[in-house]
Write a protein that binds this ligand. Structure first.
Ligand code: KIV
Ligand code: NA
Length: 279
C-alpha cells in the first residue's frame, strides 16, 4: 500500500469516497490499523484514558503524547498519521502552539497535528499550517473543554448552536485546516456543514453525511472490560477484551493443572546426555 498523503485524502474527498480514520496509542494498535487499511490513524489524547488509565484527557502532557506518537508512527507505513495537541500546550499563544506542533512532528514522527476549537483558534491554526504542518481541526464536542461545555453534551442541537458549529467549521477551514473533526453534532447539522465546506469533515457521533468517520479503537474493537459506559455513537465491532480474557484465563488454568507446557512446547535433550548429567 502506498503512503496516504494530503493528496490522497483530497482525491478521496473529491470522489466522495468516505475517509476512514481510527485512533491508535502504541505500536501494536497502530500496526493492526495500518494493516487493515485505515486511511488515517489518530494518536488521540483519548490515550489518557485508554492507554494510561487517567480520568480524562486534561491529564496527559506533551511528552507523553510525543512518546506515543513515536511508537505509533513506527507502525503506520501507509496511514496518514496525526497526533493530538494535549490541553495546555497550545492555548496560550500561537507561538506556543507552533512550538508544540513542531515537537510532535519532529519527535513524534507523525504527519500532522489536531487541536480542539473553532473561531477562537483560527490564528493558532493559521500559524501552524503556515509553518507547513498539516492541521486537523476538531469542533462540536471538544472534550478538553468539557467543564466549560457543562459536560459531554451534543453540540449544535439548537439553531444558535448549529450556527456556531457552522461558523467554527468555516473559520478553521479559512485558517488552513486540511480537514475537520465534527464530534457529537446532529446528523442534519453535520451534513449541511459538510456541504458548505470545501475540506473533508471527519465525523464521530455526527451521522453518515460526513466526508469520513473516526472512532476510538478500544471502543469499536471492544477492548475494554464489561460495564464501561459507551457513547451512543460507538458501534462495537469486536470483543478483544473478551478474547484476551479467555486466553489468559485458559493459560492460568493450564499452568495450574500442568497441562501447559506440553511436550511440543519443550526442548528435547539426547537421552545419553541426560543420563550422564543425572549421574
Ligand atoms: O482523542 C481522540 O481519540 C479524539 C477522537 C475521538 C476524535 O480526539
Ligand atoms: Na482528542
Amino acid at each position: 500500500r502506498k503512503k496516504v498523503t494530503l493528496g490522497t485524502l483530497r482525491s478521496l474527498y473529491q470522489k466522495q469516497e468516505p475517509i476512514t480514520m481510527i485512533t491508535a496509542h502504541d505500536f501494536p494498535s497502530a500496526h493492526v490499523a495500518d494493516a487493515a487499511g485505515m486511511d488515517m490513524v489518530l494518536v488521540g489524547d483519548s490515550l489518557a484514558m485508554v492507554a494510561l488509565g487517567m480520568e480524562d484527557t486534561s491529564e496527559v502532557v506533551l511528552e507523553e503524547m510525543i512518546l506515543h506518537c513515536r511508537s505509533v508512527a513506527r507502525a503506520t507505513k501507509a496511514a496518514f498519521t496525526v497526533g493530538d495537541l494535549p490541553m495546555g500546550c497550545y492555548e496560550i499563544a500561537p507561538e506556543q502552539a507552533l512550538e508544540s506542533a513542531i515537537r510532535v512532528i519532529k519527535e513524534g514522527r507523525v504527519q500532522g497535528i489536531k487541536l480542539e476549537g473553532g473561531l477562537e483558534m483560527a490564528p493558532t491554526i493559521a500559524k501552524i499550517s503556515g509553518a507547513g504542518i498539516p492541521v486537523l481541526g476538531h469542533i462540536g464536542l471538544t472534550p478538553q473543554r468539557q467543564h466549560s461545555l457543562g459536560g459531554f453534551r451534543v453540540q449544535g442541537k439548537t439553531t444558535v448552536g448549529a450556527l456556531k458549529v457552522l461558523e467554527d467549521a468555516l473559520a478553521v477551514q479559512e485558517a488552513g485546516c486540511f480537514a475537520v473533526v465534527l464530534e457529537a453534532v446532529p446528523a442534519e447539522v453535520a451534513s449541511l456543514v459538510t456541504k458548505k465546506l470545501h475540506i473533508p469533515t471527519i465525523g464521530i457521533g455526527a451521522g453518515s453525511g460526513c466526508s469520513g468517520q473516526v472512532l476510538v479503537q478500544v471502543d469499536m474493537s471492544g477492548n475494554f472490560p464489561p460495564g464501561r459506559f459507551l457513547p451512543k455513537f460507538v458501534k462495537k465491532y469486536g470483543d478483544v477484551w473478551g478474547e484476551s480474557y479467555k486466553a489468559i484465563e485458559t493459560y492460568k488454568t493450564e499452568v495450574k493443572s500442568r497441562a501447559y507446557p506440553a511436550q511440543e512446547h519443550t526442548y528435547p535433550m539426547p537421552k545419553e546426555e541426560f543420563n550422564e548429567f543425572e549421574s
